[in-house]
Design a binder for this molecule. Structure first.
Ligand code: IMP
Ligand code: MG
Length: 198
């Protein structure tokens, strides 16, 4: 069997990109266990409805959902934000709505990263109108330096510096989502010309 780590890094090198590990897979899993315990402690005995934002939040959702004890259900929503490179233009558009109503439910929005906060601000406004019993936010990563909104996450995995990160759901032009860790992406000048996906 090829070493998956080496294979991934070879791909990165060919493209003139490199990924330096920031948070290991083990650290991520340990932190998710703690977040799951905290969430259950805050809502003892209550059915919890996790709502994840495609595609970046998927691995965080699946690991978190399996770590929370008791009744848990989940659903997915997808949005796209217009903008160039890593900068969001502030215009968020719904591309896939939830399958079921959230009215009266204890909803935890599960996102990969809180960056400018535009995406979460849009989602929280949308969900609030649908009258959930409680509405909370869990993000794996928080990049507070880039925030331009007053959005606040109730559960934060890791606070990180202002670097472009990939892995564990986060992508660069749809690549690197499958890395089991979170790493900082470096680009050589030629690779920088490519656009960065959200
Ligand atoms: P916000 O609306 O600016 O908070 O952006 C949130 C979205 O931008 C995230 O869900 C990601 O899809 C994307 N994003 C923000 N920062 C990064 C990053 O460092 N790496 C990969 N995607 C990012
Ligand atoms: Mg995302």
């Amino acid at each position: 069997m090829p070493n998956p780590k080496k294979t991934r890094h070879r791909t990165a090198k060919v493209r003139g990109e490199s990924v330096k590990i920031l948070i290991s897979g083990r650290q991520i899993q340990r932190r998710i266990q703690a977040l799951a315990k905290q969430i259950r402690k805050d809502f003892p005995g209550e059915p919890l409805h996790l709502v994840s934002v495609l595609k970046g939040g998927v691995f965080f959702l699946t690991d978190l959902a399996r770590s929370i004890s008791g009744e848990v259900s989940f659903d997915f929503i997808a949005v796209s934000s217009y903008g160039q490179n890593t900068r969001s233009s502030g215009q968020v558009r719904l591309t896939r709505d939830l399958d079921s109503s959230i009215e009266g439910k204890t909803v935890i929005v599960v996102e990969d990263i809180l960056d400018t906060g535009m995406t979460l601000q849009y989602l929280l406004r949308l969900f609030q109108q649908r009258k959930p019993k409680h509405l909370r936010v869990a993000v794996l990563l928080d990049k507070p330096e880039r925030r331009i909104t007053a959005v606040h996450a109730d559960y934060v995995g890791f606070t990180i510096p202002n670097e472009f990160v990939v892995g564990y759901g986060l992508d660069y032009s749809e690549r690197y989502r499958n890395l089991p860790y979170v790493g900082v992406l470096s680009l050589v000048p030629a690779a920088k010309k490519e656009s960065m996906g959200a």
